[in-house]
Design a protein around this ligand. Sequence first.
Ligand SMILES: Cc1ncc(COP(=O)(O)O)c(C=O)c1O
Length: 383
Amino acid sequence: MVDIAERFVDLPAGIKPFLAAPPPDVIRWTVGEPGFDTPQPIIDAAIKSLKEGNTKYTRSEGSIDLCTASANRLNLRYGIPATPESIIITPGAKQGLLYTFMVTCEPGDEVILLAPAWPSYDIQCRMLDLTPIHVPVNKNNFHPNLELIESSITSKTKAIVVNSPNNPTGAVYTPPEIKSLLDIAIKYDLWLISDEIYARLNWTDWEHLSPASLEGGSERTIVVTGWSKSFAMTGWRIGVVWGPDNVMKAMGKLQANACSHIPSFLMDAAEGALDEGIENYVSKFKESYVKRRKILMDGIASINGLSMPEPEGAFYGFVDISETGMDSTTFATRALNEAKVQLIPGGLIAEGEGFVRISYACDEETLHEGLKRIGDWLNSNNL
Ligand SMILES: Cc1ncc(COP(=O)(O)O)c(C=O)c1O
């Protein structure tokens, strides 16, 4: 057999093995997607666009109307100096991130990840022959350890990935932390890759802050975000990237030759999602998450042996299971088989051992039932 490229031979699987659909009697706390249907007006906009015949090749970066609406959104909501020409609509934020690494880094470059980090960053880096450097965050609150980040920078470092609100930890970095991360990037002349996919899901007293909106930020920050999490549109695969001109020019060529563009009729739906009318749906989603987060926090606090730093954003709780004496894979495997609850072992993510990730995007009943099952299971085993 002819060999595949060496760097793909032992590529880690990330958390994929624990994302497989479990039997129906299992509570599924693993998938990172909103437990809501896509708002009907967005679906209607896609159908209308299809019926109008938007099924042909079109502008590779995304329709100018969608790019304009996206630029306005980034500008007005987050103070990012976006223009329609500096926007690219990608097949999900995930592909936008891959493009970003491709355009900003050379093989052999080091990319700093604030660990535990969303596993796809690590895998995408490896796919491109980049070296992911996992710099641990503070374990008590999952916020960045700025001194450690600075001391991890070498002559090969090219970028720092910032993901706030964070998957898997739920941390939302404070404005001074975002500012300090930017200061480090400026001091060492690095790219700041800012994954802001969960920006709308922030439960803290401080507003989401994009480093691209700060002085000195717009020339070195690439903002990657998308429709999946805010609008319950994970399966639609629509993301957006904004960055400095040189980055976006290169990325335009990349997308044109990699996938041409996202499906033409989905561009109208994505534009429809940015309509003010959709905000009612988003507010309802957010109200539900706030309730579910409280249920999770109260539930975890009532179970002996478990603890959890306050989840500040996104829809994840990262639960410390170290007092149970089990490693996270044993915990998750036994929870699945004995308590019939599926969760993600933190040990599959660099610097995540001792924790399991729970997605509280599921409905309240599922959340209550899962907590009861985990509590009963741990109690009955004197764990
Ligand atoms: C931190 C983070 N970034 C990016 C993505 C990818 O989003 P999309 O569905 O737009 O590709 C996810 C999805 O889980 C995520 O958790």
